[in-house]
Design a protein around this ligand. Structure first.
Ligand SMILES: [Zn+2]
Length: 176
């Protein structure tokens, strides 16, 4: 289990640093930058803290299909509860072959695919894309009824803005 292995830590002391500590992964190693004035005890404390922070950050990136399906179930309960089985997908999967879209839904076979490109985005953005595709199970087209369903999600507008910004910055026109 790679995740359980304790990484090799290289501590670098900097005279220019006063209070700030930072850490990053460099291949197999983790480099932790600390102020030169830190005591050994502070060094130990901060190395542990930064390793935990790195692990948490990297753990969030391990978003599985199971986690995605669980997320879909939670969103259905919150925003599409009255539709019951109508909003239940057969499968929800992460896919890497979908560069022009954040997500897609095939209402005929009730499958949803979410682009790996959003895998590292904040939870509330992933939730928006997922709810968008779940709403397509109920309303396939982008009509007023569809947007009313999506609009139940409080951060829908914010998430759309976020995604438009990412699309513009990457120069890729992305659609949903
Ligand atoms: Zn759509």
């Amino acid at each position: 289990m790679a995740g359980a292995r304790k990484p090799v830590v290289e501590v670098r002391r900097s005279q220019r640093r006063r209070r700030t500590v930072s850490a990053y992964r460099d291949g197999e190693r983790v480099v932790v930058l600390i102020p030169d004035q830190f005591s050994r005890a502070e060094e130990t404390e901060w190395v542990d803290r930064m390793l935990a922070r790195l692990a948490a950050r990297e753990g969030r990136l391990v978003r599985t299909d199971d986690e995605l399906f669980g997320r879909a179930t939670r969103l259905r309960g919150l925003y599409l509860a009255e539709y019951g089985d109508q909003a239940v997908p057969v499968s929800v999967r992460w896919v890497t072959n979908q560069n022009g879209r954040w997500g897609s839904c095939t209402p005929a076979d009730r499958t949803i695919r979410i682009s790996h490109r959003i895998q590292d985005m904040p939870d509330w953005v992933i939730d928006y894309v997922l709810l968008h595709e779940l709403a397509h199970l109920i309303v396939p087209s982008h009509n007023a009824r569809f947007w009313a369903l999506v609009g139940r999600y409080p951060k829908a507008e914010r998430a759309r803005g976020y995604l438009e910004g990412v699309a513009a910055a990457s120069g890729t026109p992305l659609t949903d």
